[in-house]
Design a protein around this ligand. Sequence first.
Ligand code: HEC
Length: 99
Amino acid sequence: MSIRHLTVLAGLALGSSSAQAAEAPTYATVAPLVETNCVSCHGPETAYADLRLDSEASLLANKKAVIEAITSGYMPLGDEGWKDTEDGKTVLSYLNAIP
Ligand code: HEC
């Protein structure tokens, strides 16, 4: 294979991966993460701070507070490293992409 071919292939590979990175996660991706990490304390049975996070509408209605709580490391309670995990980053990039 010529150098020219390789360059073209590398360009294609880079192009597709950056397109993927720019794509924000969907609620379908985020819902199970919030379910596992938040809904036991912010759901239908227990809703600390009167906050429910078990639907897309309720999550988005509280978007600012949720971003702040995760970014500050305050939530989920007792796991201040969560914002640096894949799950935490996924939830933050979903919320940050919502206008
Ligand atoms: C173990 C229980 C528990 C879990 C899990 C939990 N929370 Fe909370 N959360 C609380 C309690 C208790 C409060 C009220 C604390 C207070 O008022 O100081 C609260 C308050 C909040 C608030 C309001 C903060 C404020 O400024 O008043 C937000 C937003 C929040 N939680 C988001 C989340 C998110 C997002 C998750 C998951 C990533 C989560 N919580 C997981 C117990 C929990």
